[in-house]
Write a protein that binds this ligand. Sequence first.
Ligand SMILES: [Zn+2]
Length: 447
Amino acid sequence: MDQTDIHNRLSKRTFIFLIIGLLTLLMGSLVALANENRVTVLASTLNVRYGPGLSHEILTQVHEDEHLHVLGEDNQWYKVRLSNNDIGWVASWLVENEEVTVDNRATGRITGNKVNVRQFSTTESPILGTVHSGEEYEILYSENNWIQILFNNRVAWIHSDYVERLEGTPTALASSDSEGKQIRIGMGPTNLRQGPGTDTPIVTTVSDVTEYSVIEETDDWYGIRLTDGTLAYVASWLAEIVESNDSSTVQSAEPADTAAPQVQQASSLAEATIVIDAGHGGHDPGAVAKTGFTESEVALSTSLRLAEILERAGANVILTRSDDSFVTLNDRVYYAHRARADAFISIHYDALEIPNTMSGTTTYYYSESERNLADTINTKLTQQGPLKNNGVRHGNYFVLRNNAQPSILLELGYLDNDHDITIVNTANYQQTVAEAIYHGLSAYFAP
Ligand SMILES: [Zn+2]
């Protein structure tokens, strides 16, 4: 699959900056350049968050034309240092940068046995948890005898006496994240791969439900050890976490609130990453209208219109396909996970065995937590759409069921309905539903 299909123009810029960063590193002049990495805020008010994505809490806000110092980049978010030396993250597409390179990162390896992680750089401040000998964390900043790290997605401090400073990024996520974690896989045929990605070779396929201990977590993949000793990887969205009854494996020093998933509405559509998934494509046309056009064609043209509207509104848009190519269902979900999408919108058109049975649009969701996204968008489709609306329904679709990001699937008309096919294959209809979806997303992400 062509990588340009799923990256927008901004990620291409980011890629170029990464290349520049690597070249600079080779020339050995990165340290000098790192001090020049400044970006300018474009939005009138921009949220600075504790981590790279809308799911992280807001640390503070900055305002238009303010300058921020860039320390690093992840998932199209910049890690920045503020004027008061706080560290946070901003959406890269909402700031203007001239010559950002990735900072020379340093890693700290923990040398103490059970080291306290604190909220501030003083022994008086609250303990957020503990880290253990051998674990590696990226160093964000150091001050006097204290080192600032990202701990459970928030900035925290450890005393420098218990940290050995290394060059480069941590080799893997800190082991504390996966310590004692058990997963269950094989509910359906599940591929185990040589590396953390669907582009790596398959080691074996598990068809029976089996439990494994997680020895490593990389992006959205779990590293596990097979019985013959082979290291293999499984996508986290194909695995269930086995709840442990053994409380000793739970880090008791860690407050419960930092471990709980952070669920928070985004404050604006512009800050959001939206994955638009045009159904079918390539050798899979989907439904075919008797007048000759296919579901894959109209799903794509509707998706491209939606992408254009959302990009104009400032959102970070990723298309699972932008031409008539085939994309597996697994990859579609993977793009949502990799981008840590704030919403995944799958666009389809319908057909039934018996023509002219049904007409109009239907909105599907899988988890109750996605009901609000489905309702909000469906309300706008009802208000603005020219076809009748069949409401919001639970739908057991692969791209929803296996998707950990908020996801819905829209069926935007019946290609076996004589009335619907005179309407859905028009620019006017597709533009109208794309605008309805956009208005729904705006309402969903409104503060
Ligand atoms: Zn379809």
